[in-house]
Each structure stands twice: as C-alpha cells, then as structure tokens.
Design a protein around this ligand. Structure first.
Ligand code: PMV
Length: 320
C-alpha cells in the first residue's frame, strides 16, 4: 500500500505577534509545502527519511507503538514526526519519506506543514477518518508540546489552505479571493528563533505596557482594514497597510538589519508594499508588487533566495 499526502506552508500577511495577544491576523497558504509518501511493510520496522536534510532513522514498533522520548533541549523537525507517530497504534511497520519543498525554519510554517502532512498520511494508513478540524486540533497540540507556545495560524493554514482572517476570538474566517496575490518571498537565510522572539516581545510588553498596547491596537486596526482592502480589491491600500505594519513590527523589536535591507531593496525595485513575515529576527520578507511583479522578482532574486509566491487554495490533501 502506498499513501501520498501534501500540506502547504504559509505566510503571514498581517498580525504576526499581535495574534498571540488575541488580535486579528491574516495568513495565506502557499503553493510550497511538504510531500509525504508512506509505504506499508510486512514487518515491524519504521524507516523515516527526511529530505533535503538527509535525515534517516530505522526504528522498530513494540506492541504496535514506537518508543520515543521527546528531548525538549534539542528541538528538531523529526520530533514533530515522532510525536505524530506516537499518537497511533500500528499493525505493521512502514517507510515514511518526508520531502520538505520549502525553506526550513524561515517563518513559512515548515514544522506545521510536516506535522499536518504526516498526520494525514498516518490517519489514512490507520483507517482513521478524521475531519480537517480534528487534524488541525491534533497538529496544534503537537506544535504547542514541541514549541512551548503557538498560535493556531501555522497548523490551520497547512490544514485548511486559502486565505484566512483570524479574529480576536481566534475564529478562523476564510476570505474568498479567487485571484493570485502578486507576492514575492525573499529569505535572508538567517534563522530566527520564534520562541525567543515571542518572549522578547512579552518582555517589552511587560516593561512598556501602555505603549505596547497602543501599538498592538494600531496593528489590529491595520489587520481589520487590510481584510476590507483585500475584499474590495484595493491593492494600493493593502500595500500601504503592509508598510505601516512593517514600521510597527520594527517598533516592537522584531525587525533586523538584514530584513530591513531586504524590505527597502524590494521597495526600491518597485514593490508597493513589503514587510517581514512570521516571527522576525531572521527568516523572510514578503514583497507585494501589483504593478510589476516580474521586475521586482528578477531584481530580488539576483540578491536573495527568492520565489514568486502563489496561494494554495487547498490545505492538506491525499495525492492519488
Ligand atoms: O515565524 P513563524 O512562522 O513561526 O511565525 C510566528 C508567528 C508569531 O505570531 C510570532 C507566533 C505565533 O505563534 O503566532
């Protein structure tokens, strides 16, 4: 038996960090993600291979389960996979090939895409007819266990796909948007540590609570206005709101010299809106270029690892 599954990664268009404080955010699932291929075996072996990081591990099921202890001092992408496998009981072993077709650890949700895609494949293998809501909920639980804290954004985007507005009550509201957003992603190739950056924002919040609250409120207003701008196709307003959001992300201390440079280069090359995406401290920027995406893409790709980012309207799915 062979099972194949795919789950997309994501970018955050608006609302990173403030979403942790129950403010609204907008995220977009992207057409880059994680492919998983599971092949059944007749024995009790479980062979895991992750590319492109060249990770291979051979394990044996004991009583239908894997014996694996998660080591919180050493968080690795493989931990998410073991954590998924640990939640099921198996009659036979299997080979699991996980192919990460996106930047790893760059704020594009690679760990959530791995978790959700593996979860889908294993659920199919164990005849578990889970709903998308169940997949999203288990995946989030796993992210919280391994990362310490996580908003529902990454796992929701990998599960449901599309463009989602997360409101102040953490409800996920799909935004219907048929066209492709003219977005480019560039990677500074310095990894940010989400947990540490979220903690640094918390410190600043505790130190300067009234100021941080005003900034968060402004960011929340930006996200709600951006939802309207998206819905009525007001691209210039959307771009302006991205630039304002970037300024406020700088104010809360999550911007870096490298990200700033990329943002200003992208604007110089003609992108109307640009900002960091995800936790900051490293990782990626997004450039929104409704007038000349090809030119901005060409110029950015001469300087940085860059791709044109198409949204994925589907979330996790089994491949036939
Ligand atoms: O860098 P990423 O993709 O892990 O995004 C983190 C987004 C935060 O809002 C900073 C944290 C969260 O859990 O939502």
């Amino acid at each position: 038996m062979k099972i194949k599954a795919f789950a997309p990664g994501k970018i955050i268009l608006f609302g990173e960090h403030t979403v942790v404080y129950n403010k609204p955010a907008i995220a977009v699932a992207i057409n880059r993600g994680v492919d998983v291929e599971l092949t059944s075996r007749d024995d009790d072996e479980v062979n895991i291979h992750i590319s492109p990081i060249n990770y291979s591990q051979k394990l044996v099921l004991t009583g239908g389960m894997l014996e694996y202890e998660y080591d919180s001092s050493n968080k690795r992408i493989s931990d998410y996979i073991y954590e998924v496998i640990n939640r099921f009981k198996f009659n036979h072993g299997f080979n699991l090939n996980v192919n990460i077709n996106m930047y790893l650890g760059a704020g594009l949700g690679s760990s959530a895409a791995v978790t959700v895609a593996v979860l889908k494949a294993i659920m199919l293998y164990t005849d578990n007819d889970a709903t998308l809501d169940e997949i999203a909920s288990i995946a989030r639980d796993i992210e919280i266990k391994i990362q310490g804290a996580a908003s529902p954004i990454d796992t929701a985007m990998s599960t449901y796909g599309g463009i989602i507005y997360i409101d102040e009550n953490s409800n996920l509201n799909p935004i219907n948007f048929d066209m492709q957003l003219p977005l480019i992603v560039s990677n500074c190739e310095i990894a940010g540590n989400t947990g540490e950056i979220v903690a640094s924002v918390r410190d600043k919040y505790n130190k300067h609570t009234p100021i941080m609250e005003s900034i968060f409120d402004a960011m929340a207003k930006i996200a709600t206005d951006a939802k309207m701008a998206l819905e009525c196709g007001n691209s210039m307003k959307l771009a302006e709101l991205m630039n304002m959001n970037q300024g406020l992300l700088d104010a809360i201390g999550v911007n870096t010299l490298e990200l700033s440079e990329m943002v200003y280069q992208s604007r110089k090359f003609g992108s109307e809106g640009s900002k960091l995406t995800g936790s900051g401290g490293g990782g990626c920027i997004i450039a929104y270029a409704p007038h000349d995406i090809d030119e901005v893409y060409l110029k950015l790709s001469q300087l940085y690892k860059t791709f044109k980012c198409e949204q994925s309207n589907s979330g996790v799915y089994a491949k036939i």
